[in-house]
Design a protein around this ligand. Structure first.
Ligand SMILES: NC(=O)c1ccc[n+]([C@@H]2O[C@H](COP(=O)([O-])OP(=O)(O)OC[C@H]3O[C@@H](n4cnc5c(N)ncnc54)[C@H](O)[C@@H]3O)[C@@H](O)[C@H]2O)c1
Ligand SMILES: [Zn+2]
Length: 359
């Protein structure tokens, strides 16, 4: 088992990564301070893993609430079911909410933990690759509003994150690849050696080799933990984690959430950012091509969807929440392993980059 720490002073917490961690009851129990817990999961994950988590909670009064599966249910109405369960079971301020599932469950359970009785303990047990390398770490929680994704939420850190690589064996391949997009992102923004390692090990990851997965998750979580420790509330360098996301959010939004997975849109978005960085003369031709080739090898899209035109991109990118004071800041690459947040480009350069991104 590997263990990392997210260093946030007295709110610091461990991330455990390894094979079959769900069977290690002591790991979970150690981070439950009170006598009760509520496991939040969904219809897909609960039949696979709820009994396992439940079995190691002997001695702790625990209840569960099973949410419907899907991004469309990440809203206030369904969130209320978690509060209903808390109140129905008389859970007090000392209770622990355990998120068992992907990023949707993690974001919802996290926000419930942030707000129920002004904050109760939270443990994240992420079961998708994306949630293991990204959403379970860093404390962003929340739900969607009909008028905007992730618009209602809070920063709220868990007490521990337990990433069991064995749970990834049941993950559909498309979801696995979507998680790879975020791992590729970490290499591109901060870690050239990770980029090179991925070139040699993507096939092992696609085969779900447990050692390769544990390594990739560890390196990714370390980068996310470092960035979060330096900038918990995204006032500065945490914005680098949005590489590919401004293009990607526009794609998700235009195509309808759920048509393109988030990681797929980020894959295409990173390819677009790489092309733009190339065209601005920041990234060499060869490096730009290597970036796009790596995204493609992870079975992710590298082109803008034909259904979207350039004006639609510009319009949707402008409503992305990263627009501050009316200026659209983009994360672009100065080099592989070196990203910057910048508005040092013209609209015609942005248009040209989008134009060159159609298949
Ligand atoms: N909080 C953050 O910092 C942050 C960061 C990135 C993304 N997010 C959010 O995360 C969400 C996406 O997360 P996701 O990609 O994990 O999607 P998800 O939670 O929808 O999970 C994807 C699918 O896999 C299923 N699943 C989960 N674990 C499984 C397993 N082990 N075996 C089989 N099936 C399994 C789920 O039920 C779902 O159908 C989005 O809502 C996004 O906004 C949050
Ligand atoms: Zn993302």
């Amino acid at each position: 088992m590997k263990q990392l720490t997210v260093d946030l002073g007295e709110r610091s917490y461990p991330i455990y990564i390894g094979d079959d961690l769900l069977s290690q009851g002591a790991l979970l129990q150690k981070h439950i301070p009170g006598k009760s817990a509520l496991i939040v999961s969904n219809e897909t994950v609960a039949p696979l893993y709820l009994s396992k988590v439940s079995a190691v909670l002997s001695g702790i009064r625990h209840e569960s609430v099973i949410l419907p599966d899907g991004e469309v249910y990440k809203n206030l109405e369904i969130l209320n079911r978690i509060y209903d369960a808390c109140l129905k079971h008389h859970l007090d301020r000392n209770t622990t909410i355990i998120a068992l599932g992907g990023g949707v469950v993690g974001d919802m359970a996290g926000f419930a933990a942030a707000s129920y009785q002004r904050g109760v303990n939270l443990i994240q047990i992420p079961t998708t690759l994306l949630s293991q390398v990204d959403s379970s770490v860093g404390g962003k929680t929340g739900v969607n509003h009909a008028l905007g994704k992730n618009m209602i939420g809070a920063f709220y850190q868990p007490r521990a994150v337990i990433a069991d690589t064995r749970t990834l064996n049941t993950l559909p391949e498309r979801e696995l690849c979507a998680g790879l997009a975020e791992i590729i992102k970490y290499g591109l923004i901060r870690d050239r050696p990770l980029f090179d390692w991925l070139n040699g090990n993507l096939d092992a990851l696609l085969r779900r080799d447990p050692q390769a997965l544990a390594y990739a998750i560890e390196v990714s979580c370390q980068i996310k933990a470092d960035v979060v420790a330096a900038d918990e509330h995204e006032s500065g360098q945490r914005a680098l984690l949005n590489l590919g996301h401004t293009f990607g959010h526009a794609i998700e939004n235009a195509m309808g959430y759920g048509q393109w997975l988030h990681g797929e849109a980020v894959g295409a978005g990173m390819a677009m950012a790489a092309r733009m960085s190339q065209q601005l003369g920041w990234l060499s031709q060869a490096d730009g091509e290597a970036v796009i080739a790596q995204i493609a090898r992870a079975k992710l899209p590298i082109h803008a969807p034909a259904e979207m035109n350039i004006d639609q991109f510009l319009e949707l990118m402008a409503v992305d929440k990263k627009v501050l004071d009316g200026v659209l800041r983009l994360v672009l690459l100065k080099d592989i392993g070196n990203a910057v947040v910048t508005n040092d480009y013209s609209e015609s350069q942005l248009r040209a980059a989008i134009q060159s991104s159609y298949a």
